[in-house]
Design a protein around this ligand. Structure first.
Ligand code: PRT
Ligand code: ZN
Length: 210
């Protein structure tokens, strides 16, 4: 039987819940932090531990057959993959936020302004759909401090509790996208009997947790 590969986040917010879900699905494997690949002892599966940003392309290109990643990352990478299952963890929103004292009142107030983000593709699509002409400043992290530093007039970032926005003197301004972790597969892979079996197991774990 062919060994299927599933890519999950190596470390970060989705790692522990992804590992938990696979273990609850009856898979026995070592969660090696230092190695990139863990074989599963009791199922024809190998686990690849990757940066979340790499997972959509790895699955699209068939280097991994399956992946667990946030919908936000899939949307940003614009890949063509099959959504197999929403997983109910890693929930967050992508929001535009402005400084508490900002004079921006509505979406049209963003015209001519600059917006800092790590998600330029999702933001660009949203701005075009709303006929807003703003400058996108792509930065890779700590987006929330960019308005305080005078680098941008607004930010577009992931929000979950809203605590980070608040502690940086920002307020949410518009909701652009909701996201959670999902199981994705290479197109056509859903027909594979091993994938079918794994999906059944994952779905019964999710049902039991509801
Ligand atoms: O190293 P690697 O590239 O794999 O990881 P990463 O650093 O890019 O991602 P990571 O581990 O931070 O997040 C992985 C995924 O978790 C994201 O792509 C989202 O799908 C999801 N997720 C859920 C979140 C959050 N909640 C979240 N709160 N990702 C990031 N955050 C950030 C947010 O941007 C803010 O800066 O956490 C901070 C705190 O949020 P508040 O609102 O609770 O204060
Ligand atoms: Zn990442």
């Amino acid at each position: 039987m062919k060994t299927i590969k599933i890519a999950i986040q190596k470390s970060g917010r989705l790692n522990e819940k992804s590992v938990d879900l696979l273990k609850k699905s009856g898979l026995s494997f070592e969660n090696y932090k230092s190695s990139l690949i863990s074989p599963v002892n009791n199922f024809p599966l190998e686990i690849l531990f990757l940066r979340d940003d790499d997972i959509p392309e790895y699955v699209q290109d068939g280097i991994a057959d399956l992946g667990i990643v946030g919908e936000n990352v899939i949307a940003e990478k614009q890949v063509d993959v099959t959504y197999l299952q929403k997983l109910g963890f890693g929930k967050c929103s992508l929001k535009l936020a402005i400084a508490n004292h900002s004079d921006i009142k509505d979406l049209s107030g963003l015209n001519g302004k600059s917006i800092a983000t790590s998600y330029p593709v999702i933001l660009d699509k949203f701005l075009k759909e709303n006929n807003i002409d703003a400058e996108i400043r792509e930065i890779s992290g700590s987006v929330e401090i960019s308005t305080n530093l005078g680098l941008s007039d607004a930010i577009f970032d992931i929000v979950s509790t809203g605590g980070t926005l608040k502690s940086n003197g920002l307020k949410p301004f518009a909701d652009v996208m909701r996201s959670e972790a999902v199981l994705i597969g290479k197109n056509g892979i859903a027909k594979d009997p091993v994938v079918f079996e794994l999906l059944q197991r994952i779905q019964s774990v999710l049902r039991a947790e509801q």
